[in-house]
Unconditional design. Sequence first.
Length: 220
Amino acid sequence: RGGVDLAGKRVVVTAGGTREPLDPVRFLGNRSSGRQGVAIASAAQARGADVVLIAAHLEVDPPEGVELIEVQTALELQEAVEEAARSADVVVMTAAVADYRPAETREAKIKKSDHGDTLTLELVANPDILAGLSAHKRDDQVVVGFAAETEPDPQALIELGRTKLAAKGSDFLVLNQVGWSQGFATESNEVVVLRKGGDIVMEASGSKLSVADRILDVIA
Ligand code: C5P
């Protein structure tokens, strides 16, 4: 462990799952609990960093003493993280960001009586926030992405990660396998970290806090 090896560094972490409203009472969301992102925020803080936590929907409490910015949608998260990134040394995009949002958000509740047996929702793509941050980052900034994939074959999972890392352009990609009972909303995690170019630089499994510290070792 590095003690206070992140002292004086400004670390921006996004965490949790975005929620894209359909109408005043419904949303499209995902099963991210925010645990891994919150663990990274608290581990970075323990190592001396000034931490900004940009929180989409969390099922755990955010750490005390971090600057907390709460958001709902991908577009809100984008605005907050792009602003915070300007003064950041490190940006860690742990949040599960919706790839699509409803083309329109209804002012009134969608009613079954208006639709009958089927209801078709039109979705539009959200911007890829991580790709945008990576394209505009300063040379002295470190940008880290996450990829949660359901691919069961370990080698195919790594290949998916390499392709995703190249598409996103981030410095690192933290890859983990998710499923109905794994990765999201669980207490522990198993990750492989790839660096730009595709080499494996770290593999870790254990509590989300211990995994967070291993990821920060790589970043530091
Ligand atoms: O493409 P995918 O959703 O698998 O990529 C995951 C990574 O990209 C995560 O770091 C996530 O925070 C980020 N992401 C993003 N903008 C999106 C979708 C994902 O920044 N619209």
